[in-house]
Design a protein around this ligand. Structure first.
Ligand SMILES: [Zn+2]
Length: 181
């Protein structure tokens, strides 16, 4: 059983290699909105959706304005309606619309880490509810300034965006702890 959990976690984490395996959508239990199989995974050890990373964190030519701008998140390309799941437990701090972001969910986790999920089609949680790791937060979409369906995923420590791709697993926690001092 433990081996199976590790295998599933690995499949989800290495999402780009996951073709042929079950998708997150197939693994989510729709009755209680939870992805039971990865509840024991390390915090932030997987991305909220399974898909190709279409734009990394960093400077890029803004797709809307064509100006050089810091892209403060990770874009994960997925079809509209894909399950967006929480990579760690936390409390829902914001749900609703934000300029440019469209429909957004923000979750506050331990160590003052916040995650943000933008351009959603549907929000399935309420503020200020508690969410568990692996819980279904909402469905992906193309709301706000989005040139195609994707999830814009941000990770913030004390309000400052960091690269979710670079700071996964214990690295995030270590970074957050270092910032506390
Ligand atoms: Zn983005």
């Amino acid at each position: 059983m433990k081996g199976l959990l590790q295998l599933l976690t690995l499949i989800l984490f290495v999402s780009s290699c996951a073709s042929g395996f079950k998708s997150i959508d197939e693994l989510v239990d729709k009755s209680d909105h939870k992805l039971q199989t990865i509840q024991k995974a390390k915090p932030f050890s997987f991305f909220p959706v399974q898909g190709e990373i279409s734009s990394h964190f960093g400077y890029r030519s803004d797709p809307n304005t064509k100006q050089r701008k810091l892209h403060k998140g990770l874009d994960i390309r997925v079809a509209i309606g894909a399950s967006v799941i929480s990579p760690s437990g936390g409390q829902v701090m914001f749900v609703g619309r934000k300029t440019g972001f469209g429909l957004v969910i923000e979750v506050l986790h331990d160590n003052q880490i916040t995650t943000r999920y933008a351009h959603l089609d549907k929000i399935l949680v309420k503020q200020p509810q508690r969410v568990e790791q692996g819980q279904l937060l909402g469905l992906s979409g193309q709301t706000g300034n989005a040139t195609g369906p994707h999830v814009h995923y941000e990770m913030l420590i004390k309000g400052e965006q960091i690269d979710p791709f670079a700071y996964t697993n214990e690295q995030v926690i270590r970074y957050a702890n270092a910032k506390k001092m």
